[in-house]
Design a protein around this ligand. Structure first.
Ligand SMILES: CC(C)(COP(=O)(O)OP(=O)(O)OC[C@H]1O[C@@H](n2cnc3c(N)ncnc32)[C@H](O)[C@@H]1OP(=O)(O)O)[C@@H](O)C(=O)NCCC(=O)NCCS
Length: 142
């Protein structure tokens, strides 16, 4: 299986594509978005901060990505859930100092995953997310 590695600029397009597919496939509670606009937004985000990305998989065929700013995990997404990829990425993030992240309250499977990995809920709150207000919870590493 592919190893966790730091991203390079060559990963930007594939990382954006992975995010568009993951939002479409796993976040049915979000309003449908124009995939081209969504792709462009993630491309820009990763263009501006590809150094924040830890990835797994070869260039052009990423299996997953983690975006971290200091101790905060902003994104953790895999292409094919249930294959251990998310566990590897999360543990790499922890090893690099991550101690907090947020998750949609609606995302019960991800919550089970974080709890299994020893993270605990620290708060619940509403906040805007691209034009809609959603309920989130914050997890902290125990
Ligand atoms: C949450 C996520 C990062 C976990 O990574 P993963 O590679 O699927 O996780 P692993 O294979 O290492 O561990 C499997 C566990 O993940 C959890 N999980 C979360 N979403 C899952 C899904 N869609 N399918 C299967 N397992 C899922 C389950 O708790 C599972 O445990 P189980 O096997 O006891 O049921 C990944 O499933 C994912 O990208 N999901 C969609 C996007 C998402 O929710 N990201 C997190 C945003 S906060």
């Amino acid at each position: 299986m592919a190893e966790v590695r730091a991203a390079t600029p060559a990963d930007i397009a594939d990382a954006a594509e992975l995010m568009v597919a993951a939002h479409r496939n796993h976040f049915p509670w979000l309003a449908a978005r124009d995939p081209a606009a969504s792709r462009a937004r993630f491309q820009q985000r990763f263009q501006d901060g590809w150094q924040r990305l830890t990835v797994i998989g070869p260039i052009g065929q990423l299996d997953g990505l983690l975006e971290r700013r200091g101790g905060y995990i902003n994104l953790l997404f895999v292409r094919t859930p249930g294959a251990g990829t998310g566990t590897k990425l999360l543990r790499a993030g922890e090893a690099a100092g991550a101690w907090a992240l947020e998750c949609f309250v609606a995302n019960e499977r991800a919550q089970a995953f974080y709890r299994r990995e020893g993270w605990v809920e620290s708060s619940r709150y509403l906040r805007p997310f691209y034009g809609e207000v959603h309920q989130f919870l914050e997890f902290r590493r125990r």
